[in-house]
Design a binder for this molecule. Structure first.
Ligand code: NAD
Length: 262
């Protein structure tokens, strides 16, 4: 498929995990996709693998979402290579658990910088490019169930994801007059390298009795009885980038197997 015709998309944090699966869905849909990640080795390998799968094309651009200049450069690369930026997925994020009473300023600032400021910068730079090109684009942010309910051992992360929900609402209000929609999806527990690390960290800090136990205990609270595979979230995100969701903006869709009901 001609990626110029379908247009361009950027997925931050797409070298692996949820972002990689979303990027694979966009490539399969014929988009030209910028794999925007701090991890150059994994990002280049992902771009090559997704391009080989066919459909559109994936290209790696090194991006740190907290660095506005690098986000702008990715937006410019997308416009230059694929003619436009139609879909922006602000997905990069991380977690570092700490007991509530011991959360440090370093953890707070580190998590808020990537997970919240990174999303603000992504919405801003994508929004400016879409407005300049007259594109009624789709901006989609990765929130989390932790943005809907606070977790004691992930308080800074929970705040950062509540911030993603607020930025989705504020961005939707700001960009609606230009025909640009801003929505979010909120996964529950997804089996990715992020969760492998989280499980190890929770065990190391004594919050779980054995490796794997933290994830198993959360899984027992999921109505559908299992944690998610990254592929489980792609259908909903695809809906959000498609014209099927044109009349939706400022919304957050939970994809958590029925873990948080609100
Ligand atoms: P992951 O750790 O597997 O992948 C995250 C990717 O983001 C990595 O490739 C990493 O290099 C990249 N990244 C990290 N910091 C970056 C930065 N400053 N700039 C650019 N790239 C950066 O994680 P994942 O599980 O795929 O998580 C993706 C998103 O989904 C995150 O926002 C996460 O908070 C959210 N989420 C994950 C889960 C889960 O259970 N895995 C649940 C809810 C929400």
């Amino acid at each position: 498929m001609n990626t110029q015709a379908r247009g361009g998309a950027i997925v931050t944090g797409a070298a692996r995990g949820i972002g990689r699966e979303i990027a694979a869905g966009l490539v399969a849909d014929g988009f030209g996709v910028i794999i925007a990640d701090v991890d150059q080795t994994a990002g280049e390998a992902t771009a090559a693998a997704l391009t080989a799968e066919g459909g559109g094309e994936a290209v790696f651009v090194r991006v740190d979402v907290t660095d506005r200049a690098s986000v702008k450069a990715a937006v410019e690369a997308c416009r230059a290579r694929f003619g436009s930026l139609r879909v922006m997925i602000n997905n990069a994020g991380f977690n570092k658990p700490e007991p509530f009473l011991e959360i440090t300023e370093k953890t707070w600032h580190g998590i808020l910088e990537v997970n919240a400021l990174g999303v603000l910068i992504g919405i801003q730079e994508a929004g400016k490019a879409m407005i300049a090109d007259g594109i009624k684009g789709k901006i989609i942010n990765t929130a989390s169930i932790a943005g809907r309910t606070g977790f004691a051992d992930f308080a800074a992360y929970s705040v950062s994801k509540a911030a993603v929900i607020s930025l989705t609402q504020a961005g939707a209000r700001a960009l609606a007059p230009k025909g640009i929609t801003v929505n979010a999806f909120a996964p529950g527990v997804v089996a990715t390298p992020l969760w492998e690390q989280l499980d190890k960290d929770l065990y190391a800090m004594g919050a779980s009795a054995a490796p794997g136990e933290a994830m198993n205990s959360l899984a027992s609270q999921i109505l559908l009885g299992r944690v998610a595979d990254p592929k489980d979230v792609v259908g909903t995100v695809k809906f959000l980038w498609s014209e099927q969701s044109d009349y939706m903006t400022g919304q957050v869709l939970l994809i958590d197997g029925g873990m948080v009901l609100q």
